[in-house]
Design a protein around this ligand. Structure first.
Ligand SMILES: Cc1cc2nc3c(=O)[nH]c(=O)nc-3n(C[C@H](O)[C@H](O)[C@H](O)COP(=O)(O)OP(=O)(O)OC[C@H]3O[C@@H](n4cnc5c(N)ncnc54)[C@H](O)[C@@H]3O)c2cc1C
Ligand code: SF4
Length: 336
């Protein structure tokens, strides 16, 4: 049995109280692989608590985010999803299902029902990166001499002392990136907004650009244009529980069989989800079968999965193309 280490839980009833507690309780020293956490935020705990059991983090204090009534609100040009909204509530929400169906679909594909009822959208966006050599017990990792992301000096995936390619493995993030979502953050000097596209970087042991102690309070998603459609495809071994081994989000606005905008984002390949560039060429004209094949090839070329999570990287790469083709055929058929 894996035992929890000791920590104290503090309840925060507002964003400001949470931030003040974090700083008052010693926050963190250093960042990334060198960070020593005195205090950490706890939302649903479905990522953080297993990681604490594995001694990947050993904070003395957890700040339980118990902000009143997280909501999904129509703000005119944006839909605001409070960070504390549970994933099952997101998947089931009529406004999300009607306005942002691929987001409802992605949220509904996270893990299994129990975890979706505990896990929040905030925790999903800020999920730690994952790796076969990292998400293991302390004794397992010790037997291997640890690894660069935690306590060691060597990456067992790339075989070197500098780069960590642990994978950003959230299901909602590729869709939110395709939708150009924004984040509302609270820190000691007040509130700010950040484009989700600026949140992640290609560094598995320090993949978030947030200032330490910043609290995510909401995700704001621009309302899509008329004719919007989107799909989320997820590759996993067991449909009932598993993290993605690869994922593809395809969104866009369509006029008949012609897309007027198109976004494709690949997830679960490395520390930074990948928006595919170069899609403008297919906008404003009917998307032919040849066009779909050309985009499939483009996505295949742009997808470079690392071996940090399960699934053969070549197979995962091939599936990025397969999912793209399937999604475009389905979206075109639904729009024509
Ligand atoms: C068996 C299993 C299967 C899983 N499968 C999937 C899957 O298929 N897809 C998937 O995407 N995820 C999966 N997860 C991971 C996790 O359940 C989800 O990503 C969930 O959304 C995490 O949210 P949480 O509220 O539980 O986050 P927590 O565990 O509470 O927090 C996660 C991290 O975010 C930080 N944090 C949380 N909220 C905030 C905030 N508002 N501001 C600042 N920092 C914050 C925490 O400090 C922590 O570092 C799985 C987990 C398990 C145990
Ligand atoms: S990618 Fe390398 S450094 Fe990063 S967690 Fe995995 S083994 Fe460790």
């Amino acid at each position: 049995m894996l035992r929890m280490p000791e920590f104290r839980v503090h309840r925060a009833r507002s964003a400001q109280e949470a931030v003040e507690l974090w700083h008052g309780l010693g926050g963190a020293e250093g960042r990334g692989k060198d960070a020593v956490w005195s205090a950490m935020y706890l939302a649903g705990g479905t990522d953080l608590l297993p990681n604490i059991k594995h001694r990947l983090f050993t904070p003395k204090h957890l700040i339980s985010l118990e902000l009143p009534q997280p909501q999904i609100v129509d703000e005119g040009d944006f839909l605001r999803i409070d960070a504390g909204v549970k994933l099952q509530a997101l998947a089931d929400h009529p406004l999300i299902q009607a306005t942002l169906p691929p987001l409802a679909s992605a949220a509904g594909k996270v893990a299994g029902p129990q975890i979706r009822r505990m896990g929040t959208i905030g925790g999903n966006v800020l999920l730690d990166t994952r790796c076969l050599f990292y998400n293991q017990t302390e004794s397992w990792r010790q037997a291997l001499g640890y690894c660069l992301k935690k306590e060691g000096t060597w990456c067992h995936v790339v075989g070197g002392p500098k780069t960590c390619v642990a994978a950003q493995s959230s299901d909602c993030v590729p869709v939110l990136l395709a939708l150009n979502a924004r984040l509302r953050l609270t820190g000691p000097s007040g509130e700010r907004e950040l484009s989700l596209r600026e949140l992640y970087r290609y560094n598995g042991f320090d993949h978030l650009t947030l200032t330490p102690g910043e609290l995510l309070t909401a995700v704001r998603v621009p309302k899509p244009a008329p004719g919007f459609r989107g799909l989320y495809h997820k590759l996993r071994t067991r449909g009932s529980i598993d993290f993605p081994e690869l994922s593809v989000a395809v969104t866009g606005a369509w006029e008949g069989d012609a897309p007027s905008s198109l976004e494709i984002v690949i997830g679960a390949i490395n520390p930074q989800p990948k928006p595919v560039k170069g899609l403008d060429e297919w906008l404003g004209r009917p998307l032919t079968d040849e066009g779909i094949e050309a985009i499939t090839t483009l996505v295949h070329k742009a997808t470079r999965p690392q071996g940090s999570i399960i699934g053969d990287p070549d197979w995962r790469r091939a599936m990025a193309g397969v999912f793209t083709r399937r999604a475009l055929l389905e979206l075109r058929a639904a729009s024509a």
